[in-house]
Design a protein. Structure first.
Length: 222
């Protein structure tokens, strides 16, 4: 299974999605910072599963309808940062979808995630990540689970790794940095947390119009 996660930087990179899907042929596409009202129903062979509705900058997920069937969808609000309370950019920070693999006859949970911005503390983001994983598991106890997106966590990632491992998940970074806008903040921002799934590799794709580079996740069921 191949999955692409991409922070569109206020929808700037939306015009790249068709080419990304054509070149890399993902089964699932997870987006952050997209203008939900401007999203198409399809991106290449992928169909829109759902998108958040309450955010100024939303989350969305597309999937291959010939491979998967949507069983359930869950949007999740997380503990707010000070930035969230003042600027109100988002209150739905997770979009989770339970998918049924038509050929294999099994199910998994996939989620698009966008953590609080860098103005927040890492401790708040760890709280958000733990809460997101816990609530996603309610979509299907013991099902394989993948959460991808913009974790906004450039430093002290070992603390985050410890936190998710204590919860029974693995944290996987891509093979190159994913955020490039400001030199002082460059680094790995876009991660994968998983359980019951073998992550074979996470590849950082070339820079486009966004300040984030997309990541391509190649995974298989354990």
């Amino acid at each position: 299974m191949k999955l692409i996660s991409y922070n569109l930087q206020k929808h700037r990179a939306a015009g790249e999605l068709v080419d990304l899907a054509s070149v890399h042929d993902p089964d699932i596409l997870c987006l952050q910072e997209c203008d939900v009202q401007d999203l198409p129903e399809r991106v290449g062979d992928l169909v829109l599963a759902d998108a958040t509705q309450g955010n100024r900058l939303g989350l969305a997920m597309f999937y291959r309808a010939s491979t998967f069937r949507v069983v359930a969808v869950k949007t999740i609000e997380l503990k707010k940062s000070l930035h969230d309370r003042i600027a109100k950019p988002a209150h739905e920070r997770v979009l989770g979808v339970r998918l049924h693999d038509i050929d294999e006859g099994r199910e998994l949970i996939v989620a698009s995630f966008h953590a609080a911005p860098l103005t927040a503390l890492n401790s708040l983001r760890r709280h958000q990540i733990r809460a997101a994983l816990t609530q996603l598991a309610a979509l299907g106890p013991a099902l394989p689970q993948l959460m991808v997106g913009d974790y906004n966590y450039p430093v002290f990632k070992e603390h985050l790794g410890d936190a998710v491992r204590e919860q029974g998940y693995a944290l996987t970074l891509s093979d190159d940095h994913t955020y490039t806008r400001y030199r002082v903040f460059r680094g790995h921002y876009d991660f994968v947390t998983s359980a019951g799934v073998e992550i074979e590799k996470v590849t950082t794709l070339p820079q486009g119009m966004s300040d984030h580079r997309p990541i391509l996740v190649t995974a298989r069921f354990d």
